[in-house]
Design a binder for this molecule. Structure first.
Ligand SMILES: C[S@@+](CC[C@H](N)C(=O)[O-])C[C@H]1O[C@@H](n2cnc3c(N)ncnc32)[C@H](O)[C@@H]1O
Length: 501
């Protein structure tokens, strides 16, 4: 179908079509239209310079009331170019509400379809802009059920699929993409493959984000700009933030990244230092089995934990500090109950939990979650059971096995903590809380250098010494990194500041 737009205003007036939808319909389709100032920012960056007479094709794959397309047409025509506009939406009611009729210019090719299912053939566009629906795959009303068709994992937000579609739909020679996305997409695990293929096919050119909600929806947002056809590895990305679109220094991709994430776009603003290039030829997962406990283990333990009895101690995340376990000396909580020294009655466990306990009661390293820097402790004799969500690492018994002390030492280092912190920003946790998971720990680089001195320091309780030696084994000597990490350990009585560093 072809319909035409009424005369474009530089900033199209909001139609209010989205807020008139029922709450359920709005949630199902992710219809929260974009504030005009953000539309203007994305379009100005994505359209860029246009030569007089140049024909520029523009796609918005989730066009709502067409505000991105109209703003793009204005920007192109103001420079003497000719805009060819294509808008797709599962509900063209927004375009109709904008007063777009078949009799006025510029013409919009409007397609009522699911853009992710649409057969695009070999059509490509010079510019792809928009604000796709953010549809969480955790909510049953919006879940696609199953893996993303664009390579993302089962929990990848639908907006990630639109990112993949947009990059694919941009012309290979210089096509530009400007998309509003949930901020969490920078580091979301299941969007990883989509981020990787986006940056394999295109260069990140500019980035905007806001820590305040810019929409009625309570989702923090960002906007990314990519350009296809460049070969600019590690070229700086222009940045702006907030409702004032204030400029910030450009940032380049870091030399060391322990996962395909885009947290580095905002890590410095959250005080996370950059990690220099590290010497490494393997990852933690090459040396140890990393396992997280989930709800099955949580519910499996409920009812079997008490302060009495003589079963194995239960170690909660609150009992773990870097290099220290406070079981028996610090009270803790499990399943909404307070305990002084919780133990697990193994006779009260179901058979699958008995097998789980057998697997856990081996020499291992336990790692706390939701901490400021990594906090790992050694269970040398395999006497403890981890609570949920403590992560455990058991060294592989292969030809060149590493010890539990080496594993704990590697985790007790500025490099390891900064790599994890850099991929935690934007995840919805507080700015100083790291997201520790089986995957993020396993992907950490294992240092190429020797660890004997680091292990000796850790065994003697010298955390700072351990951190310095592990960084040295990574080939890193960076006082900013060391100071940041040391500040993160200050709650353990490690003095902050670097006077002795
Ligand atoms: C966040 S709104 C953005 C609308 C407009 N681009 C803007 O920024 O104001 C998301 C839009 O995506 C549309 N939508 C949801 N799922 C879609 C799909 N699978 N294909 C195309 N459009 C979709 C919704 O109807 C809604 O208009």
């Amino acid at each position: 179908m072809q319909i035409a737009a009424s005369l474009p205003a530089p900033r199209p007036a909001p139609t209010g079509y989205d807020s008139g939808l029922s709450a359920a319909e709005r949630r199902r389709t992710g219809a929260w239209y974009t504030p005009p100032a953000l539309v203007a920012h994305v379009v100005a960056n994505a359209v860029g310079e246009v030569r007089p007479g140049e024909v520029v094709s523009v796609l918005d794959p989730a066009c709502g009331d067409g505000r991105f397309l109209l703003a793009a047409a204005s920007a192109i025509e103001a420079q003497g170019g000719v805009a060819l506009l294509t808008g797709v939406d599962i509900d063209l009611g927004g375009l109709r509400a904008a007063g777009i009729s078949a009799s006025s210019a510029p013409v919009i090719e409007a397609v009522e379809a699911d853009a992710l299912d649409h057969d695009w053939g070999d059509r490509r566009f010079d510019v792809v802009v928009g604000n796709p629906p953010f549809l969480s795959q955790l909510a049953s009303a919006t879940a696609r059920r199953g893996r993303s068709r664009f390579g993302g994992g089962p929990y990848a937000d639908a907006a990630a699929d639109f990112l993949a579609l947009s990059v694919r739909s941009a012309t290979e020679r210089g096509g530009r993409v400007g998309l509003v996305l949930p901020l969490a997409l920078l580091t979301a695990r299941d969007a990883g493959p989509i981020r990787s293929s986006a940056t394999a096919d295109a260069d990140l050119e500019w980035f905007w984000w806001s820590d305040d909600a810019m929409f009625d929806a309570s989702v923090r947002t960002c906007a990314v700009g990519l350009r296809r056809g460049g070969h600019a590895d590690r070229s700086p990305v222009r940045r702006a933030s907030g409702s004032g679109f204030d400029g910030l220094p450009a940032v380049s991709p870091p030399p060391t990244s322990a996962n395909e994430h885009w947290g580095w776009l905002i890590a410095d603003v959250h005080g996370v230092p950059e990690v220099p290039a590290v010497r490494s030829t393997s990852t933690i997962a090459d040396h140890a089995l990393v396992t997280a406990n989930f709800r099955d283990q949580y519910y499996g333990l409920v009812g079997a934990v008490s302060d009495e009895g003589d079963g194995p101690p239960l170690i909660t995340t609150g009992l773990i500090d870097a290099g220290a376990c406070h079981w028996g000396s610090r009270p803790t909580r499990f399943a909404k109950q307070a305990f002084a020294a919780p133990r697990v009655d193994r006779t009260g466990l179901a058979p699958f939990m008995q097998r789980w306990a057998d697997r856990c009661l081996v020499p291992k390293v336990l790692v706390a979650t939701q901490t400021r820097v990594l906090e790992a402790v050694v269970d040398e004799h395999g006497a403890w059971l981890p609570a949920v969500p403590v992560v455990r690492l058991v060294p592989h018994l292969d030809l060149a096995p590493v010890s539990v002390w080496e594993v704990a030492a590697v985790l007790t280092s500025p490099v390891a903590s900064a790599l994890i912190a850099g991929q935690s920003v934007g995840s919805g946790l507080s700015a100083t809380t790291m997201r520790v998971s089986q995957r993020t720990l396993g992907a950490l680089p294992w240092p190429a250098g020797p660890l004997a001195l680091a292990v000796a320091a850790l065994r003697s309780g010298d955390l700072i010494g351990c951190g310095r030696m592990v960084d040295a084994a990574y080939g890193v000597d960076d006082v900013t990194l060391l100071r940041w990490w040391r500040d993160g350990l200050s709650h353990q009585g490690v003095p902050s500041g670097i006077s002795s560093v």
